[in-house]
Design a protein around this ligand. Structure first.
Ligand code: SF4
Ligand code: SF4
Length: 300
């Protein structure tokens, strides 16, 4: 099972007041959750589940919805930091119960979000050590209603992660978590993202189908120089589109050269802007002349 998590990965160590005891993948915890436990579902009745990009892809595919439909039907927006970086959480009812909770338990269990899988473990940070190994830090959340801590079983966090099939989530969300870590550790030095950058962050992180349409648009193609095979792969595959989104956001948020721009795209944008300004100036001059002419006629 998995569930309510007061310490979402997105919060740590930036906005949470909790100073956790830092644990590693090798650290052993005492915990077991199962259907016969007296507190079964208690955690999902007070759910505070922040979603990462791969969570949304799994859930939208399971529910056979577009990302926009999924977001509208099952999530609520919130701001992840002082700059208004947009986040989304799973919707709850008025009492705080997750909208996917049923009498039998989680109705999307096989595709439940990473935060639900990890509970009562919370991830503090994750780095890729090499191609096959993650270096991650965790903490343990102990809530009084959760009887799983009294169960007679010890397990390392690494094995718990395997048991909960959370590794694939870490693999696919890693690039996104690193983006947020970078933004937060850079602090004010990178400045507050523009509202357009925040909108692009939302689209590339959560609204994958809309992001895919944006990539296929003429305006995108005029700005970025991608191989046809990349466009095709993005059009067909949610995961490839998502990973591409991480690269795109590094360019948008940190001005990293992660994508090749079309030759002269920058100059063209400036030239287009100049043209627009010129047109605006000319129409203002014409308007002013017209007004002057009218005034002159009234006087004579
Ligand atoms: S998604 Fe499932 S496991 Fe997660 S809080 Fe909702 S009901 Fe519980
Ligand atoms: S043991 Fe903890 S995680 Fe499992 S159902 Fe009970 S409260 Fe939820």
């Amino acid at each position: 099972m998995s569930t309510h998590n007061p310490v979402n990965p997105a919060d740590i160590p930036f906005t949470s007041d909790i100073v956790p005891e830092v644990m590693e993948l090798e650290t052993e915890i005492q915990f077991r959750c199962h259907k016969e436990i007296s507190c079964f579902n208690a955690c999902c009745k007070q759910a505070d589940i922040t979603l990462a990009p791969y969570d949304i892809i799994r859930l939208k595919q399971r529910l056979d919805k577009s990302s926009s439909e999924f977001l509208a039907d099952h999530t609520v927006p919130f701001e992840m930091d002082r700059d208004g970086l947009p986040g989304v959480k799973l919707k709850t009812d008025n009492d705080g119960a997750c909208s996917f909770l049923t009498e039998e338990g989680c109705s999307v269990y096989e595709d439940r979000p990473a935060v639900c899988r990890y509970y009562p473990v919370a991830m503090l940070a994750m780095h890729q050590k090499d191609t096959t190994t993650d270096e991650a830090h965790f903490s343990l959340v102990k809530e009084s209603h959760c009887m799983g801590h009294k169960e007679d079983r010890t397990i390392t966090i690494g094995d718990y992660r395997k048991e909960q099939e959370a590794e694939v989530y870490d693999e696919h969300n890693r690039g996104w978590l690193q983006l947020m870590l970078k933004k937060r550790s850079a602090g004010p030095s990178i400045g507050r993202p523009s509202s357009l950058s925040l909108q692009l962050f939302f689209m590339a992180s959560y609204d994958m189908d809309r992001f895919r349409r944006f990539i296929a648009s003429d305006s995108f193609k005029k700005s970025y120089d991608l191989a046809d095979s990349t466009y095709e792969a993005i059009a067909k595959d949610d995961i490839i589109a998502m990973e591409f989104g991480y690269q795109f956001l590094r360019q948008i948020l940190f001005a990293e050269k992660t994508l090749e721009e079309q030759k002269g795209a920058f100059e063209k944008r400036i030239a287009e802007r100049k043209e627009i300004l010129e047109m605006r100036r000319e129409s203002e001059i014409a308007e002013a002349r017209k007004r002057e002419e009218e005034q002159r006629r009234e006087v004579t």
